[in-house]
Design a protein around this ligand. Structure first.
Ligand code: B3K
Ligand code: ZN
Length: 862
């Protein structure tokens, strides 16, 4: 398989300043005529190179050069290569494509009678022949022609120029995008859609028409997305000084979509799940996800579109930065500490395992076979953490000076991560020379901390040691720059004398602090200032103290998590006798009781503090891990806490159940805790809690309560389970996003037969392999359900491998996403590891595999 290397980058031989695209749209036979104004790139290394146009599964009808039929071209693999003397020409190529046959949902495809596109990363070449690389920027003029009754709405990027009707029932529209853009940002949509409209006036007074286009019937659920869009536009002006640059901003929501959404210039296309929301069908989490993704795609207009990527190795240039921007936005809109905790939880559950497994890669990878496989938690979420560390090192004002310089210097360009770092360095006036290693080295650094205290001098010494673990292709690592926000608490007063930013730059380093009469309690990596694993000598007493007293909310959460992690790891490793187990549980129970009783906490934050660490994060602490033991110990602790604190959980549930529905923080906090109380109570008293959960389900006037209750019921073997599931399915039968939840809740449940449920649900009439949301609802939920996925006989692994093989010919991009869970085999106990490996080998032996799945499977077996 061809491996593409970052070091092999060469500037394009030809540029395409203008392109005219002419579509005659049809569900099964769409005709495309592309006219490219091409000119030699003065920066090209070879001034005589032919014009190389990428294609994928398409055939050139006619090829014209300067208006004349041209024969001096040839296919080289999928590429169309034209010998062109001279330095500027006009090239026209015709292709015909079948959108309905496009099950990969890349390029132009049909979704429920609509036509839409997804071109990032390499979908444009499935529409027409083109130098399909992000450093070729063109001005697009697009003509769309289609049957008017079937496709009444015709949209593309930029501004509408003209439109009209013909006598044969067809109509047409011409769109022009004045901003040069790479082909991956091209989009079109045609279909029967209804707009929700609003308007935004930019800081400099430009009036922008906003529209969100959905299927008829869904327009009642677009209000939250529209409010989020307007808030994003305001926020980007205020916080980053970035204004919108067209008269029009369109969003379209489609049901069949590989990703969450796509930032096409002036025409974002979304998965419906990140647009549609109302209290009856969307949870509080769904509301947050809509707000975050709408903001993310909007922010790409600057971080991604106005400044784009030179090549796909630079993907984190736009994704890491844009994730940081959407995280900052959501923090400002809600609770900053709760948002920070949620983001760290995602990082630890999704990115840490990636970084310690066979698919580990730096945020700026060095090579790939299929770029679609690099839209990862590392490029996105760790990429955001790396830029966040720059904000910690520079402070907000200087960081802003850095981003101002970046946008100003690179506007209109295809830039690199190096360009970004240099701009921050110069604009913020900080030295990032060694910091650049975060772009080069994969793996989660580990920092071991030793604290010593001298009672005579009052001096505290912190001895830090960092280790960056070996990862595929990188066996030896250099020390990173690790900024750690740190405080030393006095145990008696419960306070500290101010926070320090210590910056670890060497393999081993000492930091001293004066004026401590007593040994302090260490609070380190506050706010999760660096994406590292800290191994600190904190005792149970220290952690209980910090969980109750730390003035950094993240550190409080972290202390609570550490308290539980230390206990569960010891339990799983068999290091606890009965007394130690009892003492550990008591300490956790006491800390939890204090949090439940703490009147100074808001309920959203309380909800974070009472959450047990997830099994994926716990598994990261053990090598090899026995997932069954992790699951059993965590469930046993949960049941113990449910029993021990039963009156408190019951009182909490009653208190929260009395809070009327609203979208404000207090009501949302109450809903979050309500279901968490049920989770603990269900572990302790399944039968009694089945009644309580069913009552919550029956009383629910919103999806958060309903889904929470159903989630708990799904894990119990009780008659209320079927009753509620049937009711839920019947009530929401016509809402695909809610039916996704119905699949997902069953696949992710604690029920001992969850795996059998998944196997049965695969034959449910509502299940289909052609809709990515539905596939993920069933199988991602199952792959993330440790008890089902890690079934001792390997049936969970087999189910996922069967899915990959069945899905791959339909949609290799989505199929490849399911390889990673099997790829974790090296860190799992030998019995299960052999079963996981065997399934990977079975996939590898399949006669035909997509490049996507092939790359992930072969790397997982290496
Ligand atoms: N840029 C798109 C990603 C498209 C995925 C392509 N395989 C969504 C986003 O990050 O905003
Ligand atoms: Zn993005």
């Amino acid at each position: 398989p061809a491996v593409i290397h970052r070091a092999d980058y060469r500037p394009p031989a030809w540029l395409v300043p203008d392109i005219a695209l002419d579509f005659v749209l049809d569900l099964t036979e769409t005709r495309v005529s592309a006219t490219l104004d091409v000119e030699r790139n003065p920066a090209a290394q070879d001034a005589t190179a032919p014009l190389r146009l990428n294609g994928d599964g398409i055939v050139a009808g006619a090829v014209l050069v300067d208006g004349e039929p041209h024969n001096a071209w040839a296919m080289e693999g999928d590429d169309l290569v034209i010998d062109l003397p001279g330095s500027a020409h006009q090239v026209t190529i015709e292709t015909t494509i079948n959108p309905t046959a496009n099950t990969q949902l890349s390029g132009l495809y049909a979704s429920g009678g609509l036509l839409c596109t997804q071109c990032e990363a390499e979908g444009f070449r499935r529409i027409t022949f083109f130098p399909d690389r992000p450093d070729v920027l063109s001005c697009y003029t697009v003509t769309l022609t289609a049957d008017k009754a079937q496709f009444p709405v015709l949209l593309s990027n930029g501004n509408p120029v003209d439109s009209g009707e013909e006598d044969d029932g067809s109509h047409w529209a011409i769109w022009h995008d004045p901003w040069p853009k790479p082909s991956y940002l091209f989009a079109l949509v045609a279909g029967d859609l209804v707009p929700t409209r609003d308007r935004f006036t930019t800081a400099s007074g430009r009036a922008v028409d906003l529209a969100i286009w959905v299927r008829a019937g869904d327009e009642t659920r677009t209000g939250h997305a529209m409010r989020s869009l307007i808030a994003s536009m305001q926020w980007d002006e205020k916080v980053y000084g970035r204004e919108y640059d067209l008269d029009l901003f369109n969003i379209v929501a489609v049901s069949d979509f590989n990703a969450g959404a796509m930032e096409n210039k002036g025409l974002n296309i979304f998965n419906t799940r990140y647009i549609l929301a109302d209290p009856d069908t969307a949870t509080d989490g769904d509301y947050d996800a809509v707000e975050g993704v709408v903001a993310h795609e909007y922010f790409h207009n600057w971080s991604g579109n106005r400044v784009t990527c030179r090549d796909w190795f630079q993907l984190s240039l736009k994704e890491g930065f844009t994730v940081l921007r959407d995280q900052q936005f959501s923090a400002d809109r809600g609770s900053p500490p709760v948002k920070r905790i949620e983001d760290v939880r995602i990082l630890r559950a999704a990115q840490f395992p990636e970084d310690s497994g066979p698919l580990a890669h730096p945020i700026r990878p060095d090579s790939y076979q299929e770029i679609s496989n690099f839209y990862t938690a590392t490029v996105y979420n760790k990429g955001a953490e790396v830029i966040r560390m720059m904000t910690v090192l520079a402070g907000p004002e200087r960081f802003r000076a850095g981003t101002d310089l970046y946008f100003e210097r690179h506007d209109g360009q295809a830039a690199t991560c190096e360009d970004f770092v240099t701009a921050i360095e110069e604009g913020a006036q900080i030295d990032l020379a060694q910091f650049r290693r975060w772009y080069e080295q994969a793996g989660t650094p580990r920092v071991d901390v030793a604290l010593s205290h001298d009672p005579v001098s009052g001096r505290v010494t912190l001895a830090l040691k960092q280790t960056v673990p070996p990862t595929p292709g990188q066996s030896v690592k250099q020390p990173m720059v690790i900024p750690l926000r740190t405080a030393l608490f006095d145990r008696q007063s419960g306070t500290h004398g101010g926070e320090h930013l210590i910056v670890l730059t060497q393999g081993q380093q000492q930091f001293t602090f004066e004026g401590h009469a007593r040994p302090p309690v260490l609070s380190i990596n506050r706010g999760f200032s660096a994406p590292v694993a800290i191994i600190a000598p904190q005792t149970v007493e220290d952690l209980v103290f910090l969980a109750a007293h730390d003035d950094d909310p993240f550190a409080r959460y972290e202390a609570m998590q550490q308290l539980v992690v230390q206990h569960l790891v010891a339990a799983v490793e068999g290091r606890l006798d009965d007394d130690a187990r009892e003492a550990g549980r008591k300490a956790i129970g006491g800390a939890l009781a204090a949090i439940l009783a703490d009147a100074g906490l808001d309920d959203l934050m309380r909800g974070e503090l009472v959450m047990l660490p997830g099994e994926a994060y716990l598994a990261e602490q053990l090598n090899p891990v026995d997932p069954a033991r992790v699951h059993a110990e965590r469930e046993a602790l949960k049941a113990w806490l449910g029993r021990e604190l039963a009156p408190a959980w019951t009182a909490l549930h009653d208190r929260c159940a009395a809070v009327p529905f609203s979208l404000d923080a207090a009501a949302r906090g109450a809903r979050k805790l309500k279901t968490q109380a049920l989770v603990y109570l269900a572990a302790a008293d399944p039968q009694g809690t089945a009644l309580r959960a069913k009552a919550q389900y029956d009383a629910a006037d919103n999806m958060t309560d309903r889904q929470g209750a159903l989630m708990v019921l799904c894990g119990l073997d009780c008659p209320q389970r079927e009753e509620a599931l049937d009711h839920f399915h019947a009530r929401f039968a016509d809402n695909r996003l809610v039916i996704d939840k119905w699949f997902s809740l069953q696949a992710g449940s604690l029920h001992p037969d969850a795996l059998a449920h998944v196997q049965a649900l695969a034959h449910h009439p509502d299940f289909t392999l052609t809709n990515p949301n539905r596939v993920r609802a069933l199988y991602m939920a199952m792959a993330a359900n440790p008890a089902a996925f890690h079934a001792a006989d390997g049936a969970g692994y087999r189910t996922i491998a069967d899915l990959i093989l069945a899905l791959d010919p339909i949609n290799g991009n989505v199929a490849a996403r399911f390889v990673a869970p099997l790829g974790r085999w090296r860190r799992v106990e030998p019995g299960r590891a052999a079963l996981m490996r065997a399934e990977l080998e079975r996939i590898a032996a399949a006669p035909r595999l997509s490049r996507d799945v092939r790359e992930q499977v072969s790397k997982s077996l290496e």
